[in-house]
Design a protein around this ligand. Sequence first.
Ligand SMILES: Nc1ncnc2c1ncn2[C@@H]1O[C@H](COP(=O)(O)OP(=O)(O)OP(=O)(O)O)[C@@H](O)[C@H]1O
Ligand SMILES: [Mg+2]
Length: 508
Amino acid sequence: MTKARVAVSMEGIVKRFPGVIANDRVDLELLEGEIHTLLGENGAGKSTLMNVLTGIYRADEGTLAVRGTPVQLRTPKDAIDLGIGMVHQSFKLVQTHTVTENIVLGLGRGLAPVKLSEAEEKVRELSERYGLQVDPGARIWQLSIGEQQRVEILKILFRGARILLLDEPTAVLTPQEADELFVTLKAMRAKGHAIVFISHKLDEVMAISDRITVLRGGKNVGTVRTRDTDPQDLSNLMVGREIRFERFPGEEVRGDEILEVVELSASNDRGLEALKEISFTVSAGEILGFAGVAGNGQEELAEVITGLRTPTDGSIRLKGRDMTGASPKQVIDAGVSYVPADRHGVATVGDLSLTHNSVLRRYREKKFARGPFLHLAAAVDYARRLIKEFNIMTPGEGTAVRTLSGGNLQKVILAREITTHHELLVVMSATRGLDVGATEYVRETLDEHRKKGAAIVLISEDLEELLSLSDRIAVLFHGEVMGILDAEGADIETLGLMMAGRKLAEAS
Ligand SMILES: Nc1ncnc2c1ncn2[C@@H]1O[C@H](COP(=O)(O)OP(=O)(O)OP(=O)(O)O)[C@@H](O)[C@H]1O
Ligand SMILES: [Mg+2]
């Protein structure tokens, strides 16, 4: 075997922000032809380190060498010229442009203008070579999230990237799309590219990486070969304590019926039927999980229950009261809380502090009001409590939320939504983007709410999550319920068949 060449060597990298050392003397070595995972809790410094490697942030200390040559990255362009490209946690595509237009955007300035037809040919060729299927002429708004991600990857390949940094690429993908991405990553590895992969999902980290580097509190606490480690070891390294991977058993006795949905139908934004005569009930002290591949009516279901979308047929009753077609405010007043899947679009204001964001929808409550004004001291107390309970990594409650790491921002919203009082809690993708410790905490919190008698609708694509928490699991396919089964003893194969459109009776 020939020795792999070093693609990148980072030594003693330090990056400070006001009140935070995001990277604390980090060493990292990337080899050509390897998939190297960067693992660590929310706020451990993963994105920051990658932003240093792409010239977005300038390191305060430390050195960087690319293929053996010391380099200084002053701008993102310097990194691109060295063949370094990054796909960020959130995409930066122009919705009304085509795939090819997005890919060539920003190129050709100062050079001969890029010919669109030639570019399109090259995009087609790259997408075949790496298994990145997407129509070069399609407009971005027509594409699924998975396809948009392929465009981002094509964009950096088009610029000649041989060092590819992917920041939580699978967080937004369905399990099927993630599998397709892994085929692409392996094709890149086979061509000698160096790949950094960031993810919180230990099973996929174990499956795809050659080596794993763990960051904790901004420090590199170890680089290991994947074949020499396991998920338990990794979480010990990451968190410094044991993490439970267990099932939370539900209650033996359930309370009164809280939510009753009868033959509910609804349309999606394009006016097509998204839910078809769905019926189910959820009782106090019960978690009803909804499994399904994204786009099978999950979002519409959550929106109809929470009053954000009007049903076309059927009825919704909450504790016996008819709530069909009620407004979001009426639904909230009736004791319903909602944690949506897209936590950036809703519910945070980047420039405002954590304190203000944590009471964003509650400033009218007595406890947080002083006449028409915010009772700041009470809000600060509350924000501090959330920071402590959810282990939100931040210099303090006065920090603007836009500076929080991806996962910590998510914790703020989740904390706010699930600590309020409610009869019914509707949660989508509860732990997406959260590290193992935070995932454990959120699961415990949901379990506690169940024990206190809340009814919970848990919508997720993560079967492991559904199996660990739910009392019963319903499977959605093309807007229909394929069946509802007890989570205890449910097998993944049956669920998988139902997710592909088999009715429970045929699948089991
Ligand atoms: N622009 C910024 N200004 C101030 N602080 C920042 C900035 N960017 C990051 N930080 C801080 O640096 C630390 C590391 O953040 P980083 O985004 O690198 O974490 P991460 O490991 O990517 O976490 P996650 O898994 O949640 O995405 C955090 O405490 C974060 O609040
Ligand atoms: Mg990050």
